[in-house]
Write a protein that binds this ligand. Structure first.
Ligand code: GUN
Length: 291
């Protein structure tokens, strides 16, 4: 088994962002700035938001955090998005998902100005990406493309099976891999897929973003395949200080004696999500006000 760790991939991206940011500031621009909005107290979301804030700080970006209670009214959140859209000192806006069920997520995302949509979730950015135009690309799929590039994993002419069809990972991932230049043959599976194995056993690359530990194990994978594990599941474990450990969607240990390549969890593509958000934020700053 070959472990495709993402720390060095992410560090390389962050280093490039750091030097591009220095040039940007050297030309008389103020530092890129990111607003992060968290609604409620979901522990995983709190962790993600903290990691995004730490990455922004380490790059010298300006960073504004808005933490709203779980019972925030939709109108209040929409008003905050409106204000952030208008503010000249903010380049990127990120509303951490999931939002509480009382809030219409699509309505909130749709309200974010496409020029500040560093998550690439607005219909304009998704639509532009779908037809191959310049757009902000959602961070996890973008980070997966970067990881494949870093490790020299070819996608052209390959069979790629994606497990999961979310707007955050599965769908944009399929669009990116279908693009001219990536040229993969893409299959997207969902919970109603009749025979998942049929689709994974023929895959050269499997991207598993199902949100369930143990979605695939060694019996789902052919020799030589590449597995990109997007899952981040908290498994109760009293022996750990925090009371849980992280597991991906793939049964990592089952691959130990197989000739496959796999991204670990933690230390995998989650790191790329954060570094790609930073890249999109720098990109937003350059587009909005680069001198
Ligand atoms: N929740 C899980 N992944 C993401 C992400 O990439 N962006 C946002 N905003 N929320 C998420």
């Amino acid at each position: 088994m070959r472990r495709l760790g993402c720390k060095k991939v992410s560090d390389a991206v962050l280093e490039s962002i750091r030097s591009r940011t220095e040039s940007f500031i050297g030309c008389g621009n103020s530092a890129p700035s990111l607003a992060v909005v968290l609604v409620g107290e979901d522990p995983a979301s709190q962790t993600y938001v903290r990691k995004k804030a730490e990455a922004a700080a380490s790059l010298g970006f300006r960073h504004f955090q808005y933490t709203l209670s779980a019972d925030t009214e939709e109108e209040e959140l929409l008003a905050l998005v409106d204000e952030l859209n208008k503010r000249d000192d903010i380049d990127g806006i990120l509303v951490q998902l999931p939002l509480p069920p009382s809030i219409d997520t699509d309505k909130v995302i749709d309200r974010i100005s496409p020029e500040k949509d560093v998550d690439g979730f607005t219909p304009i950015n998704i639509g532009r990406m779908a037809i191959g135009k310049d757009a902000f690309i959602p961070c996890t799929p973008k980070g997966i493309m970067e990881t494949l590039r870093y490790y020299g994993i070819e996608t052209a002419g390959k069979n790629v099976t994606i497990i999961g069809r979310s707007n955050i990972v599965g769908k944009p991932m399929a669009l990116l891999l279908m693009q001219k230049g990536a040229d993969a043959t893409v299959t997207v599976c969902n919970t109603r897929t009749k025979d998942l194995k049929e689709h994974t056993l023929s895959a050269d690359i499997i991207i598993v973003a199902a949100g369930h530990p143990g979605t695939i194990d060694s019996s789902f994978v052919k020799d030589g395949a590449v597995i990109i594990d997007v899952g981040v599941n908290r498994i109760d474990d009293p022996s750990k200080e925090k009371g849980f450990r992280l597991s991906g969607d793939a049964d990592y240990d089952s691959f130990t004696d197989r000739s496959v390549s796999i991204t670990p969890v933690p230390g995998g593509v989650g790191l790329m999500t954060v570094s790609m958000l930073m890249e999109n934020t720098l990109e937003a700053a350059i587009r909005r006000r680069g001198k």
